[in-house]
Design a protein around this ligand. Structure first.
Ligand code: 13P
Length: 246
């Protein structure tokens, strides 16, 4: 079970310090993995604050080249050097705001993997695909265009675009159907098994029903991960879920 906290462009140094104070009073479980994706300038700062805790840090994106004239970009090698274990690739905000294409996302994912980063590859349909009944087909095609050629471990995050930051989520059978489809598509095309995280308006109220979905291997949380109380409540729900399912 994996809990990923995508802070996006939020939480400054003072807020990060307060967030981490509360983490030290919490008893983490060895069964649930957690990773925080802070804003880039605070990567080192956060990493130092949580180095005694079983939480890793990750990058919100990386370029496909390791060096060069790419102003404003970050090298996968530099993320590794600052202690990152994971990187998110292909987030819908990168796709829409920064015009990252499927092909570029594939290159970024491959480069991150080649640099020994663990990749969380994001896919997800928009509302009109869902309403017209094309969600499965759209996500399948997006996935096939973005999948790196060569990987050992890969996490896929299913994040319906219409669910991000809106408070709306697909129903549990839609989530299960999509996660099952993603796992089958990857297996059929690469002969590899992937874990699939759900992302989009995950919060303290809906976490139990999302984790009860059979094909959900964890969650990628945005807004609710900015408050330490909610982050820990989501983490605790994952621990409880695992304990109940043994
Ligand atoms: P919200 O949880 O704020 O909807 O964001 C989801 C997301 O984009 C995580 O990557």
């Amino acid at each position: 079970m994996f809990i990923a906290a995508n802070w996006k462009m939020n939480l400054d140094k003072v807020s990060i310090s307060k967030f981490c104070d509360d983490l030290y009073n919490y008893k983490f479980s060895s069964k649930v993995e957690a990773c925080i994706f802070p804003s880039l300038p605070y990567m080192d700062y956060l990493n130092n604050l949580i180095k005694k805790l079983p939480i890793s840090v990750g990058g919100q994106n990386c370029h496909y080249k390791s060096h060069g004239a790419f102003t404003g970009e970050v090298s996968p090698k530099f993320l590794r050097d600052t202690g990152c274990e994971y990187v998110i690739i292909g987030h819908s905000e990168r796709r829409s705001i920064n015009n990252e294409s499927d092909n570029e996302i594939k290159l970024r994912a491959q480069s991150a993997i080649d640099t020994n980063l663990k990749v969380i590859l994001c896919v997800g349909e928009n509302l009109s695909h869902r309403e017209k009944g094309y969600a499965l087909k759209f996500v399948e095609q997006q996935l096939l265009k973005c999948l790196p050629n060569d990987f050992k471990n890969l996490l896929v995050a299913y994040e319906p675009v219409w669910s991000i930051g809106t408070g709306k989520i697909p129903n549990v059978s839609e989530i299960n159907e999509m996660h099952d489809h993603i796992k089958k598509v990857v297996l059929k095309n690469t002969n590899k098994k992937v874990k699939v995280l759900y992302g989009g308006s995950v919060n303290v109220e809906n976490i139990d029903s999302i984790l009860n979905v059979i094909n959900v291997d964890g969650v990628l949380v945005g807004g609710a991960s900015l408050k330490v109380k909610d982050f820990l409540a989501i983490y605790s729900a994952a621990v409880k879920h695992l304990n109940n399912s043994i």
